[in-house]
Design a protein around this ligand. Sequence first.
Ligand SMILES: C[S@@+](CC[C@H](N)C(=O)[O-])C[C@H]1O[C@@H](n2cnc3c(N)ncnc32)[C@H](O)[C@@H]1O
Length: 465
Amino acid sequence: MQQSAAQAPAGAGQGSSAALWRLLQAAAETVQSVRSGHSATVALDRVEARLRPGAQALSFQALRNLGRAQALRQRLAQRAPPPTADALLCTALALCWTPAQAPYEVFTLVDQAVEAAKRSAAAKGQAGFINACLRRFLRERDALVAATDADPVARWNHPLWWIERLQQDHPLHWQAILEANNTQPPMTLRVNARRTSPAQYLETLKATQIEASAVGEYGIVLAHPRPVHEVPGFDAGLVSVQDAAAQVAAPLLLRGLDLPTGPPETARLRILDACAAPGGKTAHLLELADAEVTALDIDPARCERIRETLARLGLAAHVLAADAREPSAWWDSRPFDAILLDAPCTASGIVRRHPDVRWLRRPGDIAQLAAVQAGLLGALWPLVKPGGRLLYCTCSVFRAEGEAQAQTFVAHNKDAVSRPATGHLMPQTGVKADDVPDNLKGDHDGFYYALFEKNPGGGPAGQGA
Ligand SMILES: C[S@@+](CC[C@H](N)C(=O)[O-])C[C@H]1O[C@@H](n2cnc3c(N)ncnc32)[C@H](O)[C@@H]1O
């Protein structure tokens, strides 16, 4: 929706009355930081708190259109101005190149981008240049856009290697994936099954005039995002924020899993969540099962986030900061009934939530992360008890981190049997659920799931188990 006042976007700015030129400066600094190889989250953490929601909304929109903006800038000026001015110019172009999607009237954006340059020590010498480029863009928009249409990076707003990799991995659906990646994701909640149900919670939302719909088994999509502390019941642990594709993990791991035999007080499932932080899936496991869960993560600071997640929800797990690849350092030798391995990955399935990821990754990252994932799978498989299972997942759409990884694993582990799982889930905006196969209905990120069961009869290389 367009606005004409030079104020922060109402939804994103949460009442902030910061001038638009100031928000554009902060958004351009974030874009520049991503262009120099740093995550948008780190750059936004440096932005003054009152400006942050508005700066995030503008920089995320700019990052979703950065390929087009950079191609337009090249048409307007073959030689880039110094980095601060270039970031401001590209941010303004990214925000106003399609007037229907511009967050403000395009003339307001241009005016305020020039103001931002004038008030910036590093860009004020370029204010006239930025003004000239942007005014020319407004005059010649259609011709300039048409001239950049043949460039795939401008067309799809992803690096060329990424586009080519998707073409190779998903020859029928690469365009749908790229299109979904460029949309703004919804705010999706997971209801705490110990406390409420999706139907009950939808009634609670209706009573407070909050528009929402159900997705998957436990998910609720809000029609309009809102700050978490304004989500009814969030602070009290009724719901958590989690994309619908990520909500597949806990039920998939638990469904059909036999409870261990023995006296009721000891007959609890032993589950390892091997890459657990910030604890979203750990919490879902505990909401659904009365289990003894070990939540492991290599990063001690991120382990704190697991503890916070569990505390808000009133749940308990054994939280450990350790390297899952080295069980000898932390494992008590008692096998697990089930292991969840939500492995580190390129995050290529969640680029609509993290629009900087596509610009930060390098082609070599896929093979490097696939090797880490294979190392984790190899280290954790011996910890699964015979008849137990391991759920492998990544928030990636690249086959090397999904299907190919799972196929290699089964080929090298004779005691691993593939069980039905969702395989590759493509990111979905909720509009095209029927066009792309293997998808949940509704709106969700891209993910991959493979479930392996340990054959009690056939140990590794026929050793028995
Ligand atoms: C995709 S995130 C996990 C998200 C989490 N499962 C959730 O649902 O909230 C991957 C995590 O793996 C952790 N990690 C990476 N390498 C690891 C290793 N060798 N051992 C344990 N954790 C590791 C990272 O610190 C990161 O927190």
